[in-house]
Design a protein around this ligand. Structure first.
Ligand code: T46
Length: 131
């Protein structure tokens, strides 16, 4: 997790996502997941892409799996970003009605960077570990 800068005063909160200090990567793209329902999302890993996911409204659970261990992480604040590194299987679920997920990516969209089959992911993750 990365802590994002937050400035709070009597008027409310201001969250700052500034390159290097708050977001340790070059951002080439961002996208927002909204109008989420009870259908889970994700079910893939990326070969090279690094991303930071920030829940700017509501909450959700992101499961991360490196091929050996898995962990459930609850995102429920705009002041924390979850760094999702390459070769990390992710599944997103339990979206609250007001959930808005803002995701920063260090590359433009490339479907060839996705691994959408879990068995392929596992065998690639094990090969990478052996190097
Ligand atoms: C991720 C998680 C957290 C594009 O054309 N451009 C884009 O920049 C993105 C992100 C998606 N798309 C297309 C690809 C699919 O045809 O939009 C469609 C839905 O994407 P997907 O099913 O991959 O959505 P999620 O929510 O399962 O995954 C997304 C990101 O794709 C992924 O990189 O890590 O959010």
């Amino acid at each position: 997790m990365v802590d994002l800068n937050e400035i709070v005063d009597s008027r409310g909160s201001l969250h700052i996502f500034e390159r290097f200090d708050d977001i340790p990567m070059d951002v080439k793209r961002f996208y927002i997941l909204s109008n989420l329902n009870d259908e889970d999302r994700g079910f893939h890993a990326h070969k090279e892409l690094t991303q930071i996911a920030v829940c700017i409204s509501g909450s959700c659970i992101i499961k991360l799996d490196d091929g050996h261990k898995e962990i459930d992480i609850k995102l429920d604040t705009p002041s924390k970003g979850l760094i999702i590194r390459p070769m990390m299987w992710r599944e997103m679920r339990d979206f609250s009605k007001d959930c808005l997920l803002l995701v920063f990516a260090d590359e433009v969209y490339d479907e060839n960077d996705y691994i959408r089959n879990y068995e392929n992911f596992k065998s690639l993750a094990q090969k990478t570990d052996g190097q």
